[in-house]
Design a protein. Structure first.
Length: 172
């Protein structure tokens, strides 16, 4: 499956302009917001200890992922596309070029002077390359909202409002 020139241009522009992409692996885990860099026609991201978590996403070399880019204007879904996941060998020329690009996007690194060494030893650097036509794009969105109910969590509470909180007038 090839990506049309229009879809390729949309993927590139949305990836360049958005600071976060929502990535969902092939497994049942929900999509996760990940920071990234656009380099050499692909989205590159890094994850692992001290970086953004990739656990549960099941992103494997040669596998696929679903990527959702949001609009810079209103934050809504703009483009959804399928990506082929690649994981180049740490220290190789492709890896080094991508790490140089990612390093510039990494904010507040505690060890900026040895960041590439730590990523090589402890983290995964992944390439997401668009594959096939965009599943959702301007003019081709699904009719439903796409909203999902909140996942079960101990942080969710339903119960009485504590007596110390003020009550809005006109409500019971």
């Amino acid at each position: 499956m090839t990506t049309s020139l229009l879809d390729a241009a949309l993927v590139e522009e949305t990836a360049k302009k958005s600071s976060l992409l929502w990535v969902r692996g092939p497994g049942p885990a929900p999509a996760r917001a990940l920071w990234h860099a656009w380099h050499e026609g692909a989205v590159w991201l890094v994850g692992g200890p001290g970086e953004q978590p990739l656990e549960g996403l099941e992103l494997r070399d040669g596998g696929t992922a679903t990527v959702t880019a949001r609009s810079k204007d209103n934050g809504g879904r703009l483009l959804v596309w399928t990506a082929r996941v690649g994981e180049p060998a740490a220290g190789g020329p492709e890896w080094a070029a991508a790490v140089a690009e990612l390093r510039g996007k990494r904010l507040n690194a505690p060890d900026a002077d040895r960041l590439a060494d730590r990523w090589a030893a402890e983290c995964r650097v992944l390439r997401l390359t668009a594959e096939g036509p965009a599943a959702q794009r301007p003019g081709a969105y699904p009719t439903g909202s796409g909203a999902e109910p909140p996942r079960e969590s101990a942080a969710l509470t339903r119960g009485r409002v504590p007596s110390g909180l003020p009550v809005a007038r006109g409500r019971r």
